[in-house]
Design a protein around this ligand. Structure first.
Ligand code: SF4
Length: 226
C-alpha cells in the first residue's frame, strides 16, 4: 500500500500572492491587531533574570520556566550567587526545566564570564552575548531585543514555520531565515515581529493543523487552504 507523502507547506506554497515586500506591512499590521498581547511570556525584572530565563527556556515551556524562576530569583539575586552554591544544588533548583545539568553548567559559565569580563552586567551587543557559555544567536537576539537593543530577528520553531508558510523565506537554516527576514521586515518591527509569529503559530497556524479558515492572513498567505 502506498504511503502518503508528508504535507509540505513550503512545497504547497503555490497560491499567487503579491511579492513579500508588498505583503510584509499588512501581515505585521493584521497580526498586531489580532494579537495585541503578543509579548514575551517569560517573567523577569532585570537583565540577569532575563538572561537566566531565556537560557532555561530551551526545550521547555515558558510556563515551566516561570514556575521555576519564581523561586529561583528569590535565592539567586546576583551573578555571584550562582557560583556560591555547589553545582548539584543549582542543578536541583532548575531541574524541572530539563537538561538541567547542561543548563546549570552553562549558567555558571555565563555568570563567571559576566563577572570577569563585563563587570557583572549583561552586555547588549550580540557579539558579546554569543560569547557567553550556552548563549546562541537565538538567546542573544531575545535578550538584546527585550533590552531595547535589537540587532536581529529571533528565529525559533514558530518563526521558522510561519516564515516558510507565508513565503517569506525558502530556507531551513535559522541564520539564513533570519537574513531573509531582516531584508524584508522593517527595522522598527524586528523586535515585535517574532512575538507576532510565535503567538499566531500557537493560536492559529498550528504545526500540524493550521486553521486557515480562521486566519487573518489567509489572502496574503501562499500556503492558505481557503
Ligand atoms: S493558518 Fe494562516 S498563516 Fe498559517 S498556513 Fe493557514 S493561512 Fe497561512
Amino acid at each position: 500500500m502506498a504511503i502518503a507523502a508528508p504535507r509540505s507547506y513550503v512545497r504547497e506554497a503555490r497560491r499567487r500572492v503579491a511579492p513579500k515586500r508588498e505583503r510584509i506591512r499588512p501581515i505585521i499590521e493584521r497580526l498586531a491587531a489580532a494579537h495585541p498581547d503578543a509579548v514575551i511570556a517569560l517573567r523577569f525584572r532585570d537583565p540577569i533574570q532575563l538572561l537566566v530565563s531565556v537560557m532555561l527556556s530551551a526545550q521547555t515551556t515558558d510556563v515551566t520556566v516561570n514556575r521555576v524562576t519564581e523561586k529561583l530569583f528569590r535565592k539567586y539575586r546576583r551573578p555571584e550567587d550562582y557560583l556560591a552554591v555547589p553545582l548539584e544544588e543549582l542543578e536541583a533548583d532548575i531541574r524541572p526545566t530539563g537538561t538541567f545539568r547542561m543548563k546549570a553548567r552553562n549558567l555558571r559559565g555565563a555568570m563567571k564570564m559576566l563577572l570577569e569580563e563585563f563587570h557583572g552586567e549583561v552586555p547588549e551587543k550580540l557579539d558579546d552575548l554569543v560569547r557567553l557559555p550556552g548563549v546562541g544567536r537565538k538567546t542573544a537576539n531575545v535578550v538584546a531585543a527585550e533590552r531595547g537593543a535589537t540587532q536581529g530577528i529571533v528565529v525559533d520553531t514558530h518563526v521558522r514555520r510561519l516564515s516558510q508558510r507565508l513565503g517569506l523565506t525558502r530556507r531551513d537554516d535559522p541564520v539564513k531565515i533570519e537574513r531573509d527576514l531582516m531584508r524584508n521586515v522593517p527595522r522598527e518591527d524586528w523586535a515585535r515581529f517574532p512575538h507576532l509569529l510565535i503567538w499566531h503559530g500557537r493560536r492559529v497556524c498550528d504545526a500540524r493543523r493550521p486553521r486557515c479558515e480562521d486566519c487573518v492572513l489567509a489572502d496574503l498567505c501562499p500556503s492558505s487552504r481557503v
